[in-house]
Write a protein that binds this ligand. Structure first.
Ligand code: SAM
Length: 189
């Protein structure tokens, strides 16, 4: 019998696995960095029409092309605002918050996520996270400022109280190039 060729998932795909493990139809979830809308679409499919996806990006281009990708949808709310302000848009708990740091692929590579707002957004996300809910962060270290941001995110995540949060890191550790990696956070209590 032939065996299918399966490789370890990339960090972005692993983020989807972690999120799909806990998110159910009807849930409320956040895409903290809409970009080209791939994660927004993934989240929309998970929560269905009875759920809600709340998304943020600071670039018009990201919002516009994601609107095109998703079409009219009452369950998806896209905001042209920094993710650090997410608390203003959230009524209650959320079941997942996805971050995909860095710059918009195919867009202006000088517009990047920066540590100050990323950390403020992570703090807000952790305060709104439901028990068992997850935050995923795909961190890129290949562009200028990326490794500094990734380090600060690592330090913030590692300092979370282990009674309340479980933190994992997923990476291809034998790669020579500056490969992105995933930080996953689950609220325990
Ligand atoms: C790597 S892209 C995201 C890719 C996206 N998740 C996807 O599925 O296509 C990073 C995005 O973060 C956005 N961004 C940068 N700073 C931000 C901020 N403070 N708040 C929200 N989005 C921000 C950028 O404009 C860019 O579109």
């Amino acid at each position: 019998m032939t065996r299918p060729t399966r490789r370890f998932p990339r960090p972005t795909a692993m983020a989807h696995l972690l999120v799909s493990d806990v998110v159910r139809e009807g849930d409320t979830v956040v895409d903290a960095t809409i970009g080209n809308g791939h994660d927004t679409l993934f989240l929309k499919r998970l929560v269905g029409s009875s759920g809600e996806v709340i998304g943020f990006d600071i670039q018009d281009q990201a919002i516009a092309q994601t609107r095109d990708r998703l079409g009219e949808n009452n369950a998806v709310h896209l905001h042209l605002d920094s993710h650090e302000n997410m608390s203003s848009y959230l009524d209650g708990e959320v079941n997942a918050v996805m971050f995909n740091l860095g710059y918009l692929p195919g867009g202006d590579q000088t517009v990047i996520t920066i540590p100050e707002s990323t950390l403020a957004a992570l703090k807000a996300a952790s305060e709104h996270l439901a028990i068992n809910g997850v935050i995923t962060i795909v961190a890129y270290i290949g562009h200028e400022g990326g490794s500094d941001e990734a380090l600060k995110v690592d330090q913030w995540a590692e300092a979370l109280c282990p009674d309340h949060f479980s933190v994992i890191r997923y990476e291809f550790s034998n790669r020579k190039n500056k490969a992105p990696y995933l930080i996953g956070i689950q609220r325990l209590a």
